[in-house]
Design a binder for this molecule. Structure first.
Ligand SMILES: [Zn+2]
Length: 237
């Protein structure tokens, strides 16, 4: 997660950051990758399913983290009921996940995106014991520009860079409606259940990138796949 710094050791098994390809099987891509991504798209969600599990195995400690987070959330529930009646489960989940993902930052997300993400991951935790953390949400335009520039330097051209990083004017991260999540299992949960909250996976080459697109809900429930292969495709459609 850490928007700008590199992943902590506990998270290195996951290509933590945005618009970068999930590179566990390759010598990881650019630094822009591992930092944040960018994103934009015009279409709805991917219904193609996530097929990267063969390169991102579930680690035993992930299950342990999940169990501990659920236990902590249960312990925090009474306090949450007192402080936030009516939303106690969400808050207890939020506090518990804050221990697991201390560097995550939801600041800058739009109200809708933040509310949707908070509600979705509360369901993931309480219903399925699945943790979902945010690696990158809102990004300052200058940060996004730097990431784009770094990617251009790495791959040699703006067109190639756009396969993974979009410029600020097109990035949904800059607009506060894109969320890069972790771990892989959490992203898989969100791909399966996120449409109910208006959260959709967008690009085939970014399992971690979701966007808050409440208007895409109908298409999602109808099983219509409008996924784009990569961010670059968003500018050509
Ligand atoms: Zn992203």
């Amino acid at each position: 997660m850490r928007p700008l710094a590199g992943p902590r050791s506990a998270d290195r098994a996951y290509p933590s950051l945005p618009h970068e390809a999930s590179c566990p099987a390759e010598p990881c891509i650019s630094s822009a990758y591992r930092k944040l991504d960018t994103g934009r798209q015009h279409r709805a969600r991917s219904t193609g399913g996530m097929n990267e599990s063969h390169i991102i195995p579930l680690r035993p400690r992930d299950r342990l983290f999940a169990v501990l987070a659920v236990v902590l959330a249960v312990l925090l529930l009474p306090v949450a009921f007192v402080r936030h009646p009516g939303r106690a489960r969400e808050w207890a989940c939020h506090w518990a996940l804050g221990v697991r993902f201390p560097a995550e930052n939801l600041t800058g997300l739009t109200y809708g995106a933040r509310a949707a993400f908070t509600a979705a991951r509360a369901e993931a935790l309480w219903r399925h014991g699945q943790l979902i953390g945010l690696t990158s949400g809102y990004r300052d335009p200058l940060v996004q520009q730097r990431l784009f520039d770094e990617e251009v330097s790495r791959v040699g051209s703006p067109a190639a860079a756009r396969m993974l990083v979009l410029p600020p004017a097109e990035s949904k991260h800059v607009k506060g409606t894109a969320l890069d999540v972790r771990p892989y299992e959490g992203a898989r949960w969100l791909e399966e259940h996120g449409a109910r909250y208006g959260l959709h996976r967008i690009y085939d080459n970014e399992w971690w990138h979701f966007e808050y697109r409440p208007d895409a809900g109908l298409q999602a429930t109808e099983g219509i796949s409008n996924a784009l292969p990569n961010p670059q495709a968003a500018s050509t459609c």
